[in-house]
Design a protein. Structure first.
Lengths: 324, 112
């Protein structure tokens, strides 16, 4: 394990998992070959250098399509995982591999809320099938266990929750109260979302601050709550922010859908003195080029509105790792 | 924040000056609300927000525009934006507010 805290994105989409289809991959390869025909590529290493130097992200890769799941690896043994979207399946496979190599199977989950895209990965979480695993699910919702039990009822899934050999427990958190959990200080904050959602702030032993704030609407007529977010984000090293829609959409057609925009996320992080923001919970209707444009627009907005220290604008993708 | 309210034909042109950020958005919003009130009382169907004097606007200012649009709908006054500088034009595009509001390249003058 790294001595530094690493934030690992396993799922970055909102609402619904999506995947690049055969035609999309074919087009990416065709476009890359057209550009590559001008280069003298004779080896795999040459090809990698060419990709890094000549192709932009959307041409050479994909932002991915798994739904919300973010791991925080700190110096301690325990796994910290925000949300259980479809990205949890791959995370679970990797965790099982690490357990076979000797890492303890202690999993601390933090649930923003129980909408489908945030819990759908749990029935496929491989360590739950291992009696060496201990799974603790932290949530601010009183009905978190009911939601997870319900999605594994027979009409929805073949393996009932109770049949798993892993030890599973639920702990209800109180927003605004700081908890010490396996080497991290954790605090939750209530957010504006249908059936409520909660953001989480994690502080590691070195004082590095990570905020996970997804599915959070920032309304035009509730600036007091916005000030509270600025406080919650204060001096964060990384803020993972819901940026699913444009500001115009959240003020019109998507009002009351419980989501935010790149523009508000950047403003909140700038006011809070945060070092970086990761655009997160991407709209499943956006393709790679559109997400890349969202990222470029966001970098530009940060520059246009900068006051003093810059806020680094990252765009989360499935597989991104950020070392703090 | 300085602001002028100038009737031009059927419209009222509201021209604020300065930057609209976390410190000034409430004042900006109050000016817009006042403009809508004037326009409604005077029977004007349109209020044009002349942005030529606005250097920059953060999301709070943009959301004040949304509130003005909502107040305008309630009062029977439609809102148009006009004369954004290059920075404001980019901010309107990035936030997609150029899809929410009609944006004219120039504001009408009182002589027009």
């Amino acid at each position: 394990m790294s001595e530094q805290t690493v934030v690992r994105f396993w799922g970055t989409r909102g609402i619904l998992p999506v995947a690049a289809n055969a035609r999309t991959i074919r087009e990416k390869i065709a476009n890359a070959l057209v550009v590559a025909s001008r280069e003298g590529i004779e080896s795999y290493d040459d090809a990698i250098r060419f990709i890094d130097a000549e192709l932009d992200f959307a041409a050479a890769a994909t932002y991915g399509g798994a739904t919300s799941c973010v791991e925080i690896e700190s110096g301690d043994e325990a796994f910290f995982i925000c949300d259980m979207g479809s990205g949890l399946q791959e995370m679970g496979r990797e965790a099982s591999r690490l357990m076979k190599r000797g890492r303890a199977g202690k999993f601390n989950f933090f649930l923003s809320h129980m909408h489908w895209d945030h819990i759908m990965g749990f029935p496929h979480f491989q360590p739950a099938f291992d009696d060496n695993s201990e799974i603790v699910i932290y949530a601010c919702h009183a009905d978190a266990e009911e939601a997870l039990q319900r999605q594994q009822e027979e009409m929805s899934y073949p393996v009932p929750f109770a049949a798993w050999p892993a030890r599973i427990s639920f702990l209800k958190m109180e927003p605004g109260r700081e908890y010490q959990i396996d080497g991290l200080r954790v605090m939750a904050m209530k957010q504006d979302h249908p059936h409520d959602s909660f953001g989480y702030r994690f502080i590691d032993g070195a004082g590095k601050r990570i905020v996970y704030s997804t599915d959070s609407e920032h309304r035009i007529d509730n600036m007091e709550l916005e000030d509270a977010f600025t406080f919650f984000f204060r001096d964060a090293d990384l803020v993972i922010c819901d940026t699913m829609y444009s500001l115009a959409a959240t003020s019109s057609a998507k009002e009351d859908w419980g989501h935010s925009s790149n523009v508000v996320a950047i403003d909140l992080c700038r006011q809070a003195g945060a070092k970086r923001v990761a655009l997160f919970h991407h709209d499943p209707l956006l393709d790679d080029e559109e997400i890349q444009r969202l990222h470029e627009d966001s970098i530009r907005y940060e520059k246009l509105t900068r006051e003093g220290v810059p806020v680094e604008v990252l765009c989360a993708y499935d597989g991104l790792e950020v070392t703090l | 924040m300085d602001v002028t309210y100038v009737p031009v034909g059927e419209a009222l042109v509201v021209a604020p000056v300065g930057r609209v950020d976390e410190a000034t958005w409430e004042e900006f919003g109050a000016h817009l609300a006042e403009g809508i009130g004037h326009a409604a009382i005077e029977g004007r169907k349109t209020m044009i927000i002349d942005l030529s004097g606005i250097d920059y606007m953060s999301s709070r200012g943009l959301r004040a525009l949304t509130m003005a649009k909502q107040e305008g709908v309630a009062s029977g006054v439609s809102i148009r934006l006009a004369a954004p500088n290059d920075v404001m034009r980019e901010i309107l595009a990035i936030s997609r507010y150029d899809r929410l509001f009609a944006v004219d390249p120039a504001a009408p003058s009182a002589d027009a």
